[in-house]
Write a protein that binds this ligand. Structure first.
Ligand SMILES: NC(=O)c1ccc[n+]([C@@H]2O[C@H](COP(=O)([O-])OP(=O)(O)OC[C@H]3O[C@@H](n4cnc5c(N)ncnc54)[C@H](OP(=O)(O)O)[C@@H]3O)[C@@H](O)[C@H]2O)c1
Length: 229
């Protein structure tokens, strides 16, 4: 069985991915900013440990990973943590840009960089949970879309750079998923949130696992998952 780091493990899609990896028998490093929530989750998912770091401050990542102790090899890294703020660019202060780019892009690059030696050792797999906003930018979604466009570029460059080291890279472009993030989007849009209309986090987790479990003669580079009918 392998070892996987999952960010955003405290809820939503990251939690569903962590649960599914645990069911498959893997060891987990659960990354999040809420130490108490992570400690509770560790009890529910025996064999896991916590990486406590607030991704708005990417400079904290390297010391936090060092605090885990030796991590000689890592089979996979699933970047699911993400933040969203919506609004016209004319009304978006720079601090919102800073925070969204930090959480959705800069911290993702930094955590990947810090874990690359362990990923190379295992010929591991990096999954970036992206969005339709990583492919198209709509009005009022500018800052979030910019961060997710950047995430796409990060994934594409990493794939090319690390191919020779045996690392596989997958971007997952999601439509609307029934999580707290989607509830927040509905609040902004002024519409009622009906989770039954959207993808369940566990269904996204199954798509992520399908990419991770694809035999090594192939690499699932991109997956688009949209609400079904
Ligand atoms: N839901 C959708 O419709 C949708 C659609 C397309 C793409 N996505 C993407 O899917 C990913 C997962 O989103 P979700 O829907 O599962 O959202 P969610 O339920 O809001 O969960 C977000 C996760 O990110 C963590 N996080 C946020 N800010 C953080 C920070 N500063 N430091 C550390 N962790 C932080 C949260 O931790 P806390 O528990 O501590 O807040 C939580 O675990 C995101 O990358 C999102 O952009 C979602």
């Amino acid at each position: 069985m392998g070892t996987y780091v999952v960010t955003g493990a405290t809820r939503g899609i990251g939690l569903a991915v962590a649960e599914l990896l645990h069911e498959r028998g893997h060891d987990l490093v659960l990354a999040g900013r809420n130490a108490e929530a992570l400690a509770e989750l560790e009890k529910r998912l025996p064999g896991s440990s916590s990486l406590v770091v607030d991704l708005r401050a990417p400079e904290g990542i390297e010391p936090a990973v060092a605090g885990l102790g030796p991590l000689p090899s890592l089979d996979g890294l699933v970047h699911s943590a993400g933040a969203i703020e919506l609004g016209e660019i004319a009304k978006t202060p720079y601090q919102v840009w800073q925070d969204l780019l930090a959480v959705n892009l800069v911290a993702v690059a930094e955590l990947t960089r810090v874990l690359l030696p362990a990923l190379r050792a295992a010929r591991g797999h990096v999954v970036f949970v992206n969005s339709g906003s990583g492919l198209r930018a709509k009005p009022e979604w500018g800052a979030y879309a910019a961060s997710k466009h950047g995430l796409r570029a990060l994934a594409d460059a990493l794939r090319e750079e690390e191919h020779a080291n045996g690392i596989r890279v997958t971007s997952v472009y999601l439509g609307r998923v029934a999580t707290e993030m989607q509830r927040k989007i509905h609040e902004y849009e002024g519409s009622e949130f009906d989770p039954s209309k959207y993808i369940e986090p566990r269904t996204v987790a199954l798509a992520v696992l399908a990419a991770l479990e694809t035999p090594r003669d192939a690499e699932v580079t991109e997956v688009t998952v949209r609400p079904g009918v």
